[in-house]
Ligand binder design. Sequence first.
Ligand SMILES: [Zn+2]
Length: 271
Amino acid sequence: MFIDSHCHINFNCMIQHLTDVLERMRVNAVTHALCVSVDLETFPSVLEIAHAYPHIFASVGVHPGHEHARDPDVKELVSIAQDPKVVAIGETGLDYHSFKGRPVTSLEWQRKRFRTHIQAAVVSGKPLIIHMRSSAQDTLRIMREEGASAVGGVMHCFAETWNIAEAALAQNFFISISGIVTFKNAIQLQEIARKVPLERLLIETDSPYLAPVPHRGKLNEPAYLSHIGRFIALLRNIDAAHLGLATSDNFFRLFCKTGSLSPCNSVLNRI
Ligand SMILES: [Zn+2]
């Protein structure tokens, strides 16, 4: 069993085929998925899926790359996060890569938006989903300044150095590895996937992006998480089942605070 800690199955290209996407997920033993919000305009579709399917969870947040999306305030995020199926705040963070060519000083709106999300996470007690691209030093600094370690969370689609992974682990964050790890030239990420303590590791597809080998270049979907899980298990020289159980347990510990394999029972019972 594997759990997809980050996907976007509410995107148009996926929601049109949602029944098939969920069926292939089941067949490939991907038991649960977290459908991650990228802006408030499309958040209702994230929540709708999470309410319709017990094994799909939701987050609320505005992606750092969506410059023209409406900015939430702390109160609004906290209020939305009270929904029992909303298990995290994000995705949020800093993405300087998407704005390269622009001076970093002109991206203050991103840093302000990021601080708002961390403050909302701290108030609501829900963990953060952090997107960090070409921005590691500022991301880690703002996490520290806003006290993100109080709620923790996940560095999603991690693709930085081991030193940066260690700095995130020290701030009470999990490291989530995507299908990039299966790419031939991803030597540094493969090393990180080997070294992250098993109890702090998550796996994700980030679908519809970043399909793993052997589907590289095609539309990604949660079912393909099994390729990522098996690849990382091989790297770590453990059974795929062992990796699946450990990362699933991590998922529930982080997002449902159950610390066991009961799939967010306390959450589901309240719906
Ligand atoms: Zn994402």
